[in-house]
Ligand binder design. Structure first.
Ligand SMILES: CC(C)(COP(=O)(O)OP(=O)(O)OC[C@H]1O[C@@H](n2cnc3c(N)ncnc32)[C@H](O)[C@@H]1OP(=O)(O)O)[C@@H](O)C(=O)NCCC(=O)NCCS
Length: 176
């Protein structure tokens, strides 16, 4: 069968309900779908970093990056991004769509002058794209999670240099 062409583009207002339904169906609950709705209204939202994957005019994947802060023990704040959530329609998983969304998102984030991205996720998946446990930079999660699932990537050389501390997610992450 001929491989279908996929497009990745910025999400727009007409996509919101499809993205909600995609997240709800993929996660089999509406927590992540509601989180995306809340984050869009927050100051952490960057419209250029809410991306959809389209095949045959249908949304088959979504990824969101929002602004976070990394706060050291003196209260100094550094800006970074959180990759969360991301979803690919179950029937089309393991075909590389998620990977394309991650690569495109990281590239766009770099072009927007962000220096790093943090993700809480599967320890065997995200390292394929260059993510490493944040422990090596002295960056920790605000939740009690195993260190190998809390990862980061430098989008520029030394993106995490002199950045240490605890990640502060947008408050919306605690509201769902
Ligand atoms: C995670 C997700 C977005 C990846 O999308 P995708 O299009 O399937 O990803 P890719 O095709 O690029 O890569 C798939 C590979 O990653 C692995 N992988 C991804 N997430 C994984 C996980 N949570 N646990 C184990 N393996 C995982 C798959 O097993 C697969 O491995 P393979 O290439 O060796 O077969 C998709 O699986 C999904 O929507 N899952 C449900 C929602 C979710 O867990 N989202 C992430 C947390 S926010």
């Amino acid at each position: 069968m001929k491989k279908k062409k996929m497009e990745i583009r910025k999400e727009n207002i007409n996509d919101y309900s499809d993205v909600y339904n995609l997240n709800k169906a993929t996660f089999e609950e509406d927590e992540e779908a509601k989180l995306v709705d809340l984050l869009r209204k927050s100051s952490a939202f960057i419209p250029e970093l809410s991306l959809v994957a389209i095949i045959d005019k249908k949304i088959v994947g979504h990824i969101l990056f929002t602004k976070i802060k990394i706060i050291d023990d003196k209260g100094n704040k550094n800006e970074s991004l959180a990759l969360a959530p991301m979803a690919v329609v179950p029937s089309l998983q393991k075909k590389g769509i998620g990977g394309q969304l991650i690569k495109t998102g990281l590239e766009k984030a770099r072009k927007l002058n962000f220096e790093s991205v943090i993700v809480l996720g599967h320890e065997k998946y995200y390292p394929r794209f260059g993510f490493k446990p944040t422990k090596q930079w002295g960056i920790t999660a605000p939740w009690d999670v195993p260190t190998n699932v809390f990862m980061g990537i430098e989008l520029v050389t030394d993106g995490f240099r002199n950045v240490k501390g605890i990640v502060q997610y947008p408050k919306e992450f605690d509201e769902v």
